[in-house]
Write a protein that binds this ligand. Structure first.
Ligand code: ADP
Ligand code: MG
Length: 544
């Protein structure tokens, strides 16, 4: 058996595992001569689908046959699809193609990839998480668990440089997203009487529309302008091919400026060769506002945990290779900044976590043969599992929609049993009642939302029923549980409702305390829930 960690990124993905000495290592993508795989899919024709750098190269010329940034669509209510050659793909299916390519990279080097842990942003809600898991299964992987990206980055830091109590700020600037997370590491006693290093998320923030792409766009416009100036023309004179030429050279120029002070790009401007010289200074001046924007998110995230004192700042994400980022973060946190494999740390942390879980689940013998380069031994895994414990926070608030009959007018409210940011697994129970005597059943609807309040009044339609989604508060209907009641049930009958949230989903249970009848369901996704246009079968909040 072999366990791997996968960072399924918005722009680049990465796969890693533990070597025979228990150290995380990335499986190289030899075809692209890179440690990562571009999360880009090109549907060349009905028989050929290309994933990676080769797909990326087609963005400018065959943009309508290329899918990128699919992570932004996965598990979203928009239900976006992509159609090529008469075949329609969901974001889950596109993500599965990227995961299958990673699986193929491992297998082409003689490895066997069975069990995996896939990383997700800390802010992903339940549907994004279950859709990611589904993509893994569709790619033929056994998904042991998901882990939050910053937690994985902290785990890889921790495994490399073991230190006791620490508060870490993870600054993750990727290709399309920026995430700030405050993570607390503390030594806590375990059942066996030893100590484990616990990793817990304290606060998260950021912007899912801010990333390396914004730096690319700025550089693109700069080069475009330089081409105009050099040739005495205006932007509207620039031909489509020239624009494509510039686009295709921007990212490489940006990467070069991370190493060199000056770089040159040669562009064929409407047939005449033009050389554009870009200095790092110019590039930094051009994008200073973007850097400032990330620092504002650092401040607003720190404001959520006023008592936290940051010991270390971890720079994660490919965009932190840009010297301007390190400079800005150093300025704010002098002497505290660490950068190590920024584009691989998340996958490596996931590999460590996968090994910890692999041991717990399989109790396997750490099959050293059968995979190139060796897999971590059983001892190493046992050591890791004894050394760390990971405690994530709930990414949303969760609770049922119920009728509040206390006031003069019946009101539909969402009661948040479990609030965003609580320690997972989280469990809570409350008691409700049928609306009227002799009710045959109650319809228990489960919602997620972003509110930190105890209760929330959702947007309702013209009949007073809650909307399945309400973007203002991030309200989303997750599913429902039908609780059948025996004949002649009085409205004073207590129905005990329990919500349990863990990393893989939400478990909802309802018990009729008069009969002991128990109803339960495990919610992963709301895609097949049909909202009934009636509030009569709801539960109500108080007895009267
Ligand atoms: P994701 O956003 O998918 O998690 P990464 O963390 O790998 O992806 O970040 C990808 C971003 O990092 C891209 O915008 C890429 O251009 C940028 N990047 C990678 N290497 C460098 C570098 N050496 N200098 C500047 N930017 C880089
Ligand atoms: Mg990333």
């Amino acid at each position: 058996m072999s366990t791997y960690g996968i960072d399924l990124g918005t722009t680049y993905s990465c796969v890693a595992r533990l070597d025979a000495n228990g150290n995380p290592e990335v499986i190289r993508n030899n075809e692209d001569n890179s440690n990562t795989l571009a999360s880009v899919v090109f549907f060349e024709n009905e028989n050929n689908v290309v994933v990676g750098q080769a797909a990326k190269e087609n963005i400018e010329t065959d943009g309508d046959r290329v899918v990128q940034f699919v992570k932004r669509e996965i598990g979203k209510a928009s239900n976006r699809t992509y159609t090529f050659d008469g075949k329609t793909y969901t974001p889950v299916e596109i993500s599965a193609l990227i995961l299958a390519r990673l699986k193929n990279i491992v297998e082409s080097q003689g490895g066997t990839i069975d069990n995996v842990v896939i990383t997700v942003p800390a802010y992903f809600g339940l549907e994004e998480r279950s859709a990611t898991k589904q993509a893994g299964e569709l790619a033929g992987l056994n998904v042991l668990s998901l882990i939050n990206e910053p937690t994985a980055a902290a785990l890889s830091y921790c495994a490399r440089q073991f230190q006791e109590d620490r508060t870490i700020l993870v600054y993750d600037l990727g290709g399309g997203t920026f995430d700030v997370t405050v993570v607390k590491m503390s030594m806590t006693p375990n059942e066996a009487g030893g100590d484990v290093q616990k990793i817990a998320v304290l606060a998260t923030g950021g912007d899912d529309q801010l990333g390396g792409k914004d730096w690319d766009d700025k550089l693109n416009n700069y080069i475009l302008q330089a081409c105009c100036d050099e040739n005495g023309i205006t932007a509207s004179d620039i031909e489509a091919e020239t624009r494509q030429d510039i686009r295709s050279k921007v990212e490489e120029a940006k990467r070069k400026l991370s190493q060199k002070e000056v770089t040159k790009v040669r562009i064929d401007v409407n047939g005449s060769r033009t050389e554009v010289v870009i200095t790092r200074k110019d590039f930094e001046r051009l994008t200073a506002d973007k850097v400032a924007q990330t620092m504002n998110f650092v401040d607003s995230t720190l404001a959520k945990v006023p008592d936290a004192v940051i010991d270390t700042v971890l720079l994660v994400g490919g965009s932190t290779y840009m010297p301007m980022i390190k400079k800005a973060v150093e300025e704010k946190f002098p002497g505290k900044v660490q950068q190590h494999d920024p584009d691989q740390a998340v996958a490596k942390g996931a590999a460590i976590y996968a090994s910890m879980l692999g041991l717990a689940i399989e109790g396997d013998a750490g099959d050293v043969e059968g995979s190139a380069g060796g897999d971590a031994s059983e001892d190493k895994r046992a050591e890791l599992a004894a050394k760390f414990s990971v405690e994530d926070q709930t990414p949303r608030s969760f609770g049922p929609g119920v009728i509040d009959t206390k006031g003069t007018k019946n009101k539909y409210i969402l009661e948040n049993f479990i609030k965003i940011g609580e320690k997972m697994p989280a469990v809570a129970t409350k008691t409700y009642y049928p609306i009227e005597d002799n009710q045959e059943r109650v319809r228990l609807r489960a919602f997620e939302n972003m509110s930190t309040e105890d209760a929330l009044i959702p947007s309702v339609d013209e009949e007073g029923n809650p909307q399945a989604t309400d973007p203002a508060n991030g309200v989303k209907l997750l599913g429902e549980l039908i609780v059948n009641l025996p004949p002649n049930t009085p409205k004073t009958t207590k129905i005990e409702v329990t919500f349990k949230v863990d990393a893989s989903g939400v478990h909802v249970e309802a018990v009729n305390t008069a009969t002991g009848d128990k109803f339960e369901t495990f919610l992963r996704t709301a895609s097949d829930v049909d909202i009934e246009k009636s509030a009569v079968h709801q539960l109500r909040i108080s007895s009267d």
